[in-house]
Ligand binder design. Structure first.
Ligand SMILES: Cc1ncc(COP(=O)(O)O)c(C=O)c1O
Length: 373
């Protein structure tokens, strides 16, 4: 079945096997190639029944993006950016990363047969460096300011013919839209017509993901599939919350966040390049930013694993921390259905388990095994 919109002049191919193919008209490619996709997307929407019961919450779901090929949402953007690079005849690609984007870009480069260069911060954990290098990419650990590295990468890319697909690369952002299409399909159209709104909570660093999600829902509105956008809530760690702070102040300018410090390393960006556009879009479509403290993040991180069986990155626990905070504050939106985007796997951020002594880990021999129980 086809849905054709006169307004957008675009078609949704309802019977195609993946959301990327169903909504291919909305992607910036001549032709989407599933053979280079590593089977990205189609991630589960899981109901968090135990957390709902424990805290008396309304419906809460996790969109589990750790089920993507390299265990993070970044694959959604990389698959489109890499296919665009092939379409444009680009011969080398690169990225700068604190971890997840490095592995994602390196994996898709390997599949597409393109050499890949990755700049990482000098202090990036060794596990994350290996998880990118294993795909054959060249990794350079760079000392100095991450914001400066962002600008420098484009300069080097221009001189050396390397397409740097960083956090707010326009094609990467277009790829993130597919998550919104999937959430719409999985929750079902009636949820978006109900009186209580849907809210979608997402961890924010550079803000590329948030911008892409808003654009995806805007496509659905332009198609006439939903009448208004869900309430998008961008979540940052209070220890590095430049966009949340600007939102609270009513400012449309994002200022550098001084002395960033948080366990949620994946979202610790003091100078987010997409911050100002995110603020504009949130205000236009009725979303907002908030931030959560370190104890709130750690508690949510533990709840996700021990109550729901989802081992996520601390950054990915910020949406649950935010829902619990809204509940404590008796926020007006509390009756809404909440979708938490779980952006990355805990296996790539083992340092978040600060105190293993609080876990139940015992040692025994064959003889003492019974006693150890
Ligand atoms: C696990 C995780 N969550 C969230 C983000 C934030 O995404 P964005 O930089 O597009 O805001 C990142 C970015 O690196 C990440 O790795």
């Amino acid at each position: 079945m086809l849905v054709y919109s006169l307004r957008t002049r675009k078609t949704v191919r309802r019977s195609a096997p993946t959301a990327s193919e169903r909504f291919a008209d909305f992607l910036p490619l001549k032709k989407y190639d599933p053979s280079l996709s590593l089977s990205v997307g189609g991630t589960p929407l899981l109901r968090l029944g135990n957390v709902i019961d424990q805290f008396g919450l309304p419906e809460v779901f996790a969109k589990n993006e750790t089920a993507n090929p390299t265990a993070s949402f970044k694959d959604r953007g990389t698959v489109i950016a890499v296919q665009k690079a092939l379409e444009l005849g680009i011969k080398k690609i690169g990225t700068i990363s604190t971890g997840n984007m490095a592995g994602s870009t390196a994996a898709y480069a390997a599949k597409a047969g393109l050499p890949c260069l990755v700049f990482v911060k000098e202090d990036t954990p060794q596990d994350k460096i290996l998880a990118a290098a294993v795909y054959g990419a060249m990794i350079i650990k760079v000392q100095g300011d991450y914001g400066g590295l962002f600008r420098k990468s484009f300069e080097i890319g221009r001189r050396r013919g390397i397409a740097f697909m960083n956090s707010v690369d326009p094609f990467r952002i277009e790829g993130y839209k597919v998550t919104s299409y999937e959430i719409f399909e999985q929750l079902g159209a009636p949820a978006f017509r109900a009186k209580t709104p849907v809210m979608v909570l997402v961890p924010v660093s550079a803000a590329g993901h948030l911008i892409g999600l808003i654009r995806g829902f805007r496509d659905l509105r332009d198609l006439g599939l939903i009448s208004k956008l869900p309430v998008l809530i961008g979540v940052q760690a209070s220890g590095c919350a430049p966009i949340s702070r600007a939102f609270r102040r009513g400012s449309d300018q994002v200022e550098r966040f001084p002395n960033p410090h948080t366990i949620a390393h994946a979202i610790s960006n003091p100078t987010p390049p997409g911050g100002e556009l995110a603020l504009r879009l949130l205000r236009e479509f009725g979303g907002f930013m908030m931030d959560v403290s370190e104890p709130e993040i750690l508690r949510a991180h533990a709840l996700m694993a021990s109550r729901e069986g989802i081992f996520c990155d601390p950054a990915s626990a910020t949406p649950l921390a935010a829902v619990l905070k809204l509940k404590r504050r008796r926020h007006i939106l509390l009756g809404a259905r909440a979708v938490l985007i779980v952006t990355g796997s805990g296996l790539k951020a083992m340092e978040a388990i600060l105190d293993p002594s609080r876990l139940d880990i015992r040692t025994a021999s064959l003889e003492t095994l019974d006693k150890a129980l």
